[in-house]
Design a protein around this ligand. Structure first.
Ligand code: DAH
Length: 348
């Protein structure tokens, strides 16, 4: 056997041994293949060396020698190429098998979602007011100090500011502490008659506890027209609370103070949990405070370019979180924000 045949056999032998090893690790086998290739076909490889010997042969022997070495080189190269593509195919198959997804596997049961209690009560409140002809408008949560306080008759350095601990963004911009600035925006942008509710998030620098959260939700109401009186306010609020808590609900209007309304009132309603008998939720009183309201202060109308001799109106503000807690007997506001499904499931 001449030495060409020997080399060819050697290569084939090595490549077939590789076949055994490759089962364990495809990438490694590829590396080994490359090493073998260098051994025979690299710059200092055996076949390359043979080519270089040609110069030492007598002239007439060179052509046939060259032909033979070339044909050997071709065969060896082919053998390597074939092994390489076989190996790569194997690696691909292995990878595909490892990453296979069984599409016939059943997925775990997708739980049925539900509406959050805050959203539930909001939708109900909104529905009641829409039924009375109110429109829903919204305003920004980052608000001008001017709209949040000043034009609502709460000037800088006025003690009334202390009622609302405020996140200041700059001296002139705040995170709104209530939805009342939407009143101002509405009056500046629209001529009466105005009949709107304004829902939204509000912010105060309150520490979190069972009854406080630095972020909570309010719904503001505003009605402006000619000839609006306190009787309209009372009728609307009574209708609203009876629809929300039931026909048997009684209300009580107590004198209150808000800089942007005059006169102002705070409204209590029969505790919907005990029906007025007294329970832990209403602390035995049988009634709970549900909102603040009043006739729009003439100064506020003037601030918005409306003539208080021509127009009058009322406003009210309610805490959606509070309303929700009262409705369901929830005693800790944090439950509304913690997204604990054990709590939320009860409202599905
Ligand atoms: N803005 C008040 C607050 O956050 C709530 C309020 C009270 C709004 C009376 C009103 C109102 O429009 O008339 O405490």
């Amino acid at each position: 056997m001449d030495n060409h045949e020997k080399i060819l056999q050697e290569v084939r032998q090595a490549l077939s041994e590789l076949r055994q090893e490759e089962k364990a690790a495809g990438q490694e086998a590829l590396g080994r293949l490359q090493e073998l290739r260098v051994k025979y076909l690299g710059k200092k490889g055996e076949i390359t060396q043979m080519m270089k010997q040609m110069g030492t042969l007598p002239k007439e022997e060179r052509p046939s020698f060259g032909q033979k070495v070339n044909s050997l080189r071709q065969k060896v190269e082919e053998a390597f190429e074939q092994r390489k593509s076989e190996l790569e195919e194997r690696i691909k198959e292995k990878k595909l098998a490892a990453e296979r997804i069984d599409v016939t596997l059943e997925k775990p049961e997708a739980g049925m979602g539900g509406v959050h209690p805050l959203t539930k009560v909001y939708r109900q409140v909104r529905g009641i007011f829409e039924g009375m002809g109110f429109q829903v408008v919204e305003g920004p949560e980052i608000e001008f100090d001017k709209y949040n306080f000043e034009m609502l008759n709460i000037p800088k350095d006025h003690p009334a500011r202390d009622m609302q601990d405020t996140f200041y963004v700059t001296d002139d911009i705040v995170l709104r502490t209530h939805t009342s600035p939407v009143q101002i925006r509405t009056m500046l942008g629209h001529q009466p008659p105005i009949r709107v509710i304004c829902p939204g998030r509000v912010y105060r620098t309150d520490d979190v506890d069972a009854t406080h959260s630095p972020v909570f939700n309010q719904i503001e109401g505003l009605v402006i027209d000619k000839g609006i009186t306190f009787a309209d306010l009372k009728g609307t609020i009574n209708t609203f609370l009876r629809q929300l808590y039931g026909e048997q609900t009684k209300t009580k209007f107590r004198p209150g103070f808000f800089p942007f309304t005059e006169p102002s009132a705070e409204v209590d309603a029969t505790c919907s949990l005990c029906g007025g008998k007294g329970c832990p939720a209403c602390k035995g009183a049988g009634m709970v405070e549900v909102l603040g309201c009043g006739m729009v202060n003439p100064k506020v109308l003037e601030n918005c370019g409306l003539d208080p001799e021509v127009y009058s109106g009322y406003a009210f503000g309610l805490g959606l979180d509070r309303l929700t807690n009262i409705k369901y007997g929830i005693t800790d506001i944090r439950l509304l924000y913690e997204s604990d499904v054990r709590f939320l499931r009860q409202f599905r």
